[in-house]
Design a protein around this ligand. Structure first.
Ligand SMILES: Nc1ncnc2c1ncn2[C@@H]1O[C@H](COP(=O)(O)OP(=O)(O)OP(=O)(O)O)[C@@H](O)[C@H]1O
Ligand SMILES: [Mg+2]
Length: 239
């Protein structure tokens, strides 16, 4: 089983210690939901796994199929099949959306003569008009459009491990349903770390694992029933 293991991970950003010993595993083919209060370190964990150089790892390890990921740069981790859909996708003026997708896909998966057709087909599925392909990356995309565009990248790049950082926030009800169906379908082959505050995604997917982060640590793990418990009681009861 292909698997990413995060062990005793500590990390800081701008001199502030944010992760205080995180233990979590993500298995290819499974959905792991990560929840927790604002500021608990979920996005930090996502960025550290991806190798964002703004964050400094001070202890612990991240292994993927037994290989030390911490030694690798962002693009090398991407090549291993790790993908991060950002909580706040950045607008990049002057970077053409189509070129971005083609370059990313070619770098990670090699040349594919059918790619352009595939892109339009998937965009159609996601209700993203083709005219977006002519625009600058994310520039002027609405909140929900940016999130659907992140999902498009997961569909095209087919990573082994996909970290979705609040991809459902800002999505309308129909988009959340679509997200659920697409994720469920992709999870046959991809392992998901799905960071979310919303339990309605559960109407469409049944996560294999649920972990709760607080103060830079996983304070509880369980199955989907843990979400039911939080829905009723909030996070306070867990602590
Ligand atoms: N660049 C930075 N400089 C200083 N502090 C930072 C920086 N980035 C993150 N932090 C702090 O680290 C903590 C964790 O932030 P993080 O974004 O990981 O939380 P989160 O769990 O993703 O929260 P949310 O649910 O609101 O998205 C917060 O207190 C945040 O202010
Ligand atoms: Mg966050």
């Amino acid at each position: 089983m292909e698997q990413m293991d995060v062990r005793a991970l500590e990390a800081s950003v701008n001199g502030k210690k944010v992760l205080n010993g995180v233990d979590i595993s993500i298995q290819r083919g499974k959905i792991h939901v990560l929840m927790g209060p604002n500021g608990s370190g979920k996005s930090t964990l996502a960025n550290v796994i991806m190798g964002n150089p703004k964050y400094t790892v001070t202890a612990g390890l991240i292994n993927f199929n037994g290989e030390d990921l911490l030694k690798l740069k962002v693009n090398e981790r991407a090549k291993k099949g790790i993908f991060l859909a950002f909580q706040e996708p950045v607008e990049i003026s002057g970077v053409n959306t189509m070129n971005f997708l083609v370059t990313a896909h070619t770098n990670l998966r090699g040349k594919d003569p059918e790619l352009r057709k595939e892109i339009t087909k998937k965009m159609n599925e996601l209700n993203l008009p083709d005219s977006f392909l002519k625009r600058s990356l994310n520039e002027g995309f609405s909140g929900g459009e940016k999130k659907r565009f992140e999902l498009l990248q997961v569909m095209l790049l087919k990573p082994k491990i996909a970290i979705l950082d609040e991809i459902d926030s800002g999505m309308d009800i129909d988009s959340v349903r679509m997200l659920g169906e697409i994720t469920k379908n992709l999870s046959k082959d991809t392992g998901f770390l799905m960071i979310t505050h919303n339990d309605h995604i559960l109407d469409y997917i049944k996560p294999d694992m649920v972990s709760i982060m607080k103060d830079g640590k996983i304070i509880k793990s369980g199955d989907y029933q843990l979400i039911e418990q939080i829905r009723k009681e909030g996070y306070k009861q867990l602590i």
